[in-house]
Design a protein. Structure first.
Length: 161
């Protein structure tokens, strides 16, 4: 059995995230989506809300070989090993993402032997980031074409609180 680990803050999950998860689910027999808390970022959604949005988005797409978990503190590669993942998958939107992710992939491989696979973003989604979505929504813009329905609904309910 081959299992991939996809980790991120997913605050909120975007169609770009969902595309990488779905494509990975066709390559691997199992995928673990590990939702993390990034202390460097101001989160809009709780970890439980993010996990719920991801799970509901996967259910709506009929993707069944993916589990959604909370990423514990510590080294990502070590968690991947402990979780039984054979690889870490990272979505790459452009050269900046690759420049950021490549050194981490090399360190993870050196520390644990786990490989990182880079999937290039679908061009329809390569401009989308969770931070951008939150900023556009905060300023009153329509982000419906950037988010799966569960994230749209959750974001809309946050805006009206």
């Amino acid at each position: 059995m081959s299992t991939a680990l996809i980790a991120g803050s997913f605050d909120p999950i975007t169609l770009g995230h969902l595309d990488i998860i779905e494509r990975s689910s066709h390559i691997f027999t199992g995928v673990i989506v590990a939702v993390s808390h990034n202390p460097a970022k101001q989160g809009m959604f709780t970890l439980d809300e993010r996990k719920q949005m991801i799970s509901e988005s996967l259910r709506l797409r009929g993707i069944e070989n993916v589990t959604v978990e909370t990423l514990p503190t510590g080294l990502l590669a070590q968690y991947a090993r402990e979780a039984g993942a054979n690889a870490i998958v990272k979505g790459i939107r452009g050269p900046q993402d690759l420049a950021y992710e490549e050194p981490m992939a090399r360190v993870n491989q050196q520390l644990t032997g786990i490989e990182t696979l880079f999937l290039t973003a679908n061009p329809n989604y390569s401009h989308i980031s969770s931070s951008m979505v939150k900023e556009v929504a905060r300023l009153g813009g329509d982000v419906g074409a950037m988010l799966p329905p569960p994230a749209q609904q959750k974001l809309s309910s946050k805006e009206h609180q």
